[in-house]
Design a protein around this ligand. Structure first.
Ligand code: GUN
Ligand code: FE
Length: 432
């Protein structure tokens, strides 16, 4: 077993952080088995020396260090890593055409994909993303490579082979039967990696690029395998207009997914910037989640997502970097952008209460966990949960005499990968 002693900061409830000082957390076979609050290091040693389990490692944190739960990036496009920072002169649909689709074509070649996927997993891990929900491309082989890389590097990851059969260039347009066959095989291949950290996720890109037949068949695949689903919804006003033309008989964008049996507690919907009240109702009723991608919504000028409204409607919300709609592959940045966007909404609507650092930290950890139906497994430090954690060290910031929650605030606003000394996923120290 491993023992950690020092300050722990995490969330149980939205808007509240718990700071546990002088605390010991004991981890055995991936999981937290004991938490002792207010225990001195010497006292701790004498308690656990006599324990039946052998101590593998003891981490004694300094007063410039603390442990927090690992970050959850619930929406990121692995193949778009190379496009981060490019092409924000356009809005969504034009951006996809000009920049995204030509790049994704290259992923038919696994040799092209491999170094990109290695880099994206390494970079996100180094920056504290212990769990990621990845969009891949339509190409199963490359997506499977991403799954194997995540497994090797020990990131907890949902890997999605993208489906699309309309309104995309010919070179990315799938034959529906083949696409469904490939998806089922991909799901089986990921399951056969036999690693609980690596899961398949059904990934119709968005209703613009999938016809009803394809969406319905993917709904049936979901039922067959009971796996997660991810897609985009209501990101951009032109996209929503297009959906109205494509699906005139449906009540709204979200209803297209609902009727195809693609909503449910394992479904995560990226963006949701312009959702109507009726759509919020559908999302809440089906216990689906929305993933807030503030950087992307700004870069592609999609809009200001009112997260408070989603939460007030009892919708689960997680955070996503949405690389390359967003340019920064780190959840630290997503938290900052979420605060910025929220402050901007407040500036034009003084009734609105902007999100604070505690609230975005919740979204980055417990919020993401709940959105992915992993709230019982990860997201904070509770006995029985997997130990997914970041050991943060703030020494390079030359700050003294701060209370732990102030040091933590500094990390959220000013920290970067140099402050993330160690990353743990299911108790394993991830070597990057
Ligand atoms: N909607 C459909 N595809 C995409 C994508 O790749 N990125 C973003 N941000 N939105 C999308
Ligand atoms: Fe996206």
């Amino acid at each position: 077993m491993d023992i950690y002693h020092g300050t722990f900061i995490h969330c149980e409830n939205f808007g509240e952080i718990e700071v546990l000082e002088n605390t010991a957390v004991v981890v055995h076979e991936n999981k937290i088995v004991a938490i002792d609050v207010n225990i001195d290091f010497e006292q701790l040693l004498s308690t656990y020396k006599t324990s039946e389990h052998k101590i593998r490692e003891i981490y004694r944190l300094s007063d410039q260090e603390f442990l927090i739960p690992g970050f959850i990036d619930a929406h990121i496009h692995g193949p778009q890593f190379e496009n981060a920072g490019l092409g924000y002169d356009k809005a969504l649909l034009e951006w996809l055409k000009a920049y995204t689709f030509p790049l994704e074509k290259k992923f038919e070649d696994v040799n092209y994909a491999t170094p990109v996927y290695e880099k994206v997993v390494e970079t996100t891990l180094k920056n504290g993303t212990t769990t990621a929900a990845y969009f891949g491309t339509i190409h199963s082989k490359s997506c499977l490579k991403l799954a194997k890389i995540a497994k090797m590097k020990k990131q907890r990851a949902f890997i999605g082979k993208v489906n699309m059969n309309m309104n995309v260039p010919d070179y990315l347009t799938e034959d529906t039967r083949q696409s469904i066959r490939d998806t089922k095989q991909f799901i089986k291949d990921v399951i056969s990696l036999d690693d609980p950290r690596i899961q398949p996720i059904i990934t119709p890109r968005f209703a613009v690029s999938c016809d009803l037949n394809m969406l319905e068949q993917l709904g049936a695949v979901q039922k067959e395998f009971n796996c997660h689903v991810q897609t985009h919804v209501s990101e951009n006003v032109d996209e929503i207009e297009f959906i109205k033309q494509l699906f005139p008989k449906h009540a709204n964008y979200t209803d297209v997914y609902k009727k195809a049996n693609l909503l449910g507690e394992k479904t995560i919907l990226a963006h949701g910037v312009h959702l109507t009240d009726e759509e919020l109702e559908l999302i809440r009723e089906t216990n689906s989640s929305v993933i807030h991608c503030p950087a992307s919504n700004t870069c592609l000028k999609s809009g200001l997502c009112n997260v408070r409204r989603l939460l007030n409607n009892k919708i689960k919300v997680g955070l996503g970097t949405d690389v390359a709609g967003g340019y920064n592959p780190t959840i630290l940045d997503a938290m900052r952008r979420a605060i910025d966007v929220s402050n901007h909404i407040f500036l034009s609507n003084p009734e609105y209460r902007p999100l604070n650092y505690k609230e975005v930290f919740y979204l980055a950890t417990m919020g993401g966990a709940a959105a992915l139906s992993l709230g019982e497994k990860i997201g904070n430090f509770k006995i029985g949960k997997d130990f997914d954690a970041l050991l943060v060290n703030m020494e390079n910031k030359l700050i003294r005499d701060l209370r732990p929650e102030e040091l933590f605030q500094k990390f959220l606003y000013l920290g970067d990968d140099r402050n993330i000394k160690n990353v743990f996923v299911a108790g394993d120290k991830v070597i990057i």
